[in-house]
Design a protein around this ligand. Structure first.
Ligand code: ACO
Length: 322
């Protein structure tokens, strides 16, 4: 059996920090409102493109794996905020890295994008179609925000994270996964007019802003992630208490706490960094994974469980053996 080991990881967080207190100077909000409801204290705002964020995270992951970009067979870029739709953003990353041999594509499953991309990359490696793949989650969500809309402007931030996966006979990497989509609810988290559905030449109010029903998303997120984690653990024959670290999508600390509670896991078994970065969509999971590794929280032979949900409403979970 072929496995797809994670051999390198890297992240890129823009240096500009926007705190809740900063936001309260430009809109009717406060740290007292935002922090208890979301767990967010600050987010990063990028002045460079999604491509640049993705390239830097990718370059760091390649250095960590000891690989040259020219060794890559593939680059999968999970993003809902590509710098360009045509050509894809992954081709710009290929060019910047010099990964001339790599097949490249963007994958949009919103905040679940990285879990989807890791699953696709693992399949490509396991079937023998590729042997070295760079999987990136990168977002520049602040470009979509309407800073006059406090309900969404306080939630999101920019950043990127990446992993390198390589074919191996050693049992590690993604060993079980479950992906899905609750399309009945696709309108509750929606950026209208960001695609060819937009009415051409119309004077559009609210271009590039979020339609967002927070409480409904909350309920469905908890359900989707709960079902996905249950399915993944059953698939792998692993009991919840055997999971060493949960690396969830960082959308709201209360959603993360609810997931942990369902798994009867203490919060010290959960990687949480939403306080500093807010929700960076497809980038939250690889950034959190990188930080867990940097903090020495990932031990050899341990089981990591990641779960995410996003617009679509896509959802998914991945069990990784380290
Ligand atoms: N500052 C101050 N007041 C605010 C703010 C703000 N930033 N945003 C909304 N309010 C006000 C509203 O106007 C409303 O006031 P009103 O009662 O006078 O009308 C009041 O606060 C309550 O607003 P709600 O939207 O009902 O607030 P809620 O308690 O639902 O909390 C939150 C909002 C935190 C977003 C919550 O719905 C949530 O956690 N949702 C799920 C998480 C989520 O959706 N995250 C986004 C991720 S999307 C993704 O990852 C795919």
């Amino acid at each position: 059996m072929k496995y797809a080991n994670i051999t390198g990881w890297g992240k890129c967080l823009p240096p500009s920090v926007l705190t809740n207190d900063d936001l309260s100077t430009i809109m009717e909000t406060s740290d007292e409102w935002i922090y208890p409801r979301t767990g967010i204290k600050a987010r990063r705002v990028s002045h460079v493109s999604t491509t640049t964020l993705a390239t830097l995270a990718g370059r760091r992951a390649l250095a960590c794996a000891g690989l040259d970009a020219s060794d890559l067979d593939g680059i999968i870029l999970a993003t809902a905020t590509p710098g360009t739709l045509v050509p894809n953003c992954a081709s710009a990353v290929q060019q910047a890295l010099g990964a001339h041999k790599a097949a490249v594509f963007d994958l949009n499953a919103a905040c679940t994008g990285f879990v989807y991309a890791l699953s696709v990359a693992t399949s490509l490696v396991q079937t023998g179609m590729m042997s070295k793949v760079l999987v990136i989650g990168a977002e520049r969500l602040t470009q979509l925000l309407d800073w006059a809309k406090r309900d969404t402007a306080v939630l999101f931030g920019d950043g990127a994270g990446a992993v390198v996966i390589e074919a191996s006979g050693l049992e590690s990497g993604l060993i079980a996964n479950k992906l899905g989509c609750d399309s009945e609810a696709r309108e509750i988290l929606h950026v209208p007019n960001f695609g060819t559905d937009r009415v051409r030449f119309a004077d559009i109010d609210g271009l590039f802003t979020f339609n967002f029903e927070g409480q409904e998303i909350f309920k469905r997120a908890v359900r989707g992630m709960g079902e996905a984690t249950g399915a993944v653990l059953a698939q792998a024959g692993i009991a919840p208490e055997q999971v060493d670290l949960i690396v969830p999508h960082q959308a709201n600390v209360r959603i993360i706490e609810t997931l942990a509670k369902r798994m009867h896991a203490d919060m010290d078994k959960v990687m949480v960094n939403i306080e500093q970065y807010g929700n960076t969509s497809a980038a939250t999971v690889p950034i959190a994974l990188c930080e867990a590794l940097e903090q020495g929280r990932v031990k050899p032979n341990s089981y990591l469980l990641s779960a995410a949900f996003g617009a679509g409403l896509t959802w998914g979970a991945a069990l990784i053996k380290w």
